[in-house]
Design a protein around this ligand. Structure first.
Ligand code: SF4
Ligand code: SF4
Length: 276
């Protein structure tokens, strides 16, 4: 039996037994290369679930929208390792109770579908620990290496050019599981911290503020740069920030549900004495 069929059966069993009130998975998209989120509440609908190499979106963000988990019932969700990391970050930031989430885990190493064993975040601790030690498989690695070799002036010019394309649609924010604030600082207009019009300075402010906000929290799922309609390589900034946080603080976002947020914690013996 294919993994897709096994997981449809699993989803059906969970819903039929009343163990979960909903299964969040993937359904057919508008083309063979695209999949869309599917929210299944009846065992009869589980045959609509699709699982293949086009299922790349991180679905964890749907768990914290519209009070989905506020009734304390459980929800099952299809997640790749990046999604499981996101679940841990959301739990560590007290945005959800991981006991309410049943993970239907899978991975796509080199585009090949692979089932992951386990159903709660703790079942994946070893897998996420190994991921921390591995060399990340980053789309655009060549470009990242090229940017790292640039002088600060060249790098500034590169990002200025990229950010000048930004149309402030905020699709990157909406697609990101870590951007769950009900009111984002860029939507605040009294005072208005970040200019909302689309011009180079405001675009720079927005994208850099977002990159800092994601430092130590980004799980490198790529939802943001896939959502960007003007193809700004957002994942490269997030990857760079993740590497800096790993090198400086040995922090890899989302390895456990009790992980301390790296930018919201401090040590009394921190070498940066100005903090105290
Ligand atoms: S910033 Fe982008 S890559 Fe990082 S968690 Fe958010 S959507 Fe995923
Ligand atoms: S998705 Fe792209 S264009 Fe839209 S706000 Fe984000 S960076 Fe700008």
């Amino acid at each position: 039996m294919s993994i897709e069929q096994q997981y449809r059966t699993r989803a059906k069993e969970l819903l039929s037994a009343g163990e979960v009130k909903m299964v969040i998975g993937y359904g057919a998209g508008t083309t063979a290369e695209r999949r869309r989120p599917l929210f299944i509440t009846s065992p009869d609908e589980t045959e609509r679930l699709v699982l293949d190499s086009a299922c790349i979106a991180n679905l964890s963000g749907y768990l914290v929208t519209e009070g989905l988990l506020s009734d304390e019932k459980r929800v099952a969700v299809f997640l790749r390792p990046e999604g499981i990391r996101a679940l841990n970050v959301l739990a560590a930031e007290a945005q959800l109770d991981p006991l309410q989430v049943v993970i239907i885990g899978f991975d796509l190493p080199k585009g090949e579908l692979k089932a992951l064993q386990g159903s709660s975040v703790d079942d994946f601790t070893a897998l996420l620990g190994a991921l921390k030690e591995s060399t990340p498989d980053v789309d655009g690695r060549e470009l990242l290496e090229k940017i790292e070799k640039m002088s600060p002036e060249e790098r500034f010019a590169f990002w200025q050019e990229e950010f000048s394309k930004c149309i402030k649609c905020y699709a990157c924010r909406q697609a990101c599981p870590m951007c769950y604030c009900r009111r984002c600082i860029v939507d605040s207009n009294q005072p208005q911290w970040v200019n909302t019009s689309s011009h180079t300075l405001g675009n720079f402010e927005w994208n850099i503020v977002r990159a800092f906000h994601l430092s130590g929290r980004c799980v490198e799922c790529g939802n943001c740069d896939r959502a960007c309609p003007v193809n700004i390589p957002l994942r490269l900034i997030n990857r760079k920030m993740a590497q800096e946080v790993l090198d400086s603080f040995n922090h890899f976002a989302g390895t456990s549900k009790t992980q301390e947020p790296v930018l919201a914690s401090f040590k009394k013996d921190d070498s940066e004495t100005f903090i105290l």
